[in-house]
Ligand binder design. Sequence first.
Ligand code: SAM
Length: 388
Amino acid sequence: MFNPSLHIQRHQFVVDFVMKDKPKKVADLGCSDCGLLRMLKFRREIDLLVGVDVNGAKLTKKKHGLAPLSTDYLQPSFNQLCVQLYQGSVTQKDVRLRGFDLVTCIEVIEHLPLDDLDPFSEVVFGYMAPQTVIISTPNSEFNPLFPRMSGFRNSDHKFEWTRAEFQSWALKTCGEYSFKVEFTGVGKAPPGREESVGFCSQIAVFHRLAGRDGHTSGDDASNRFPYTLLYSINYPSLHDNNIRQAALVSEVLYWAEKLKKEWLDKLAEKQEEESCAEDSVRAGREHEGIFWTSGDEQECRTLHRHVSVPLHQLWTRCPKLGELTANLSNLSQIIMENPQIKTNQEGSTVILCNPEEGNKHEDEELCSLMDSGYVDAKYTDELWETDA
Ligand code: SAM
């Protein structure tokens, strides 16, 4: 009946809220197959993303969908996302669920026996006491629009509320725990029926009132750990020194190769422009020791078979280097210490192999070694393997 489907609309409602409100710590209670968490893990504003469900087996089965993707490793960001899954009940107090900015509870309360509603409110609004709570639940007034439906929408539902019932419970909760609430929903009724039946899923967004401390519920228990941690993962972050250095090295190598290619292309163009073949050969000889174009030719000419890319060129062309390290001299120091990058003695240029020239010379070296009758261990192994 709905496009996008109703559960996607509910999750998108939360994602839109997160984009607007930018909470850093978010917990999804009754997270089931972790669908909402999988959408939220792409929101860079979130540092801590926690899922709780009473059904631990489901969490264990679905936890892999929350692992970092290869792009998270290849292009780490500065945010420090930690994702955790707990097996536990929304009627139990666990100190690790305190201090959150946003707690969501999407299509969960109707699965709780009515007797559990008061403990639920005490746990979520009294004990966890986040800045914002988003709760969604079916709107029973919409049910007559479902053809052939009788009873509740799901056999595990303990109740389904009208808008008035939901609002009355929400307002009572606000009074008890110092919150205010707005009502909305997702899943629009057909034109002309919006007013009379309301949304298919009704949603309440609760905001903790200013002046109410997030950690006082008349219950000072701060050492409660009834939940079982089933999964915890820290996403790669550029705040981690090793990861930042690895990102810096790969950025330097990428840009050095790119600038080398640009320069070699320009050189080839220049040679092509030479009208006479004689001149072209001469120009080629002049550039035999490949070097950079801008003023460094004298120095670089000595670097036979290599291209030398000045570090200041890299610094100017790649703005990300400025995000990864404080200044050019820091960059120079880091790359000089890194075995993956070759530099000159001062660390002012990155030296790259010119593949065509390099291969040619390596082949020549190998031939002359073999001609001389002396083949070192490395080459012996390779030849032995080839013969075998
Ligand atoms: N929130 C999910 C979503 O938006 O896709 C769907 C929730 S599913 C309809 C209801 C979930 O609530 C189930 O995964 C169930 O295990 C969980 N649940 C039921 N009682 C619970 C309790 N007391 N504490 C925590 N989770 C509970």
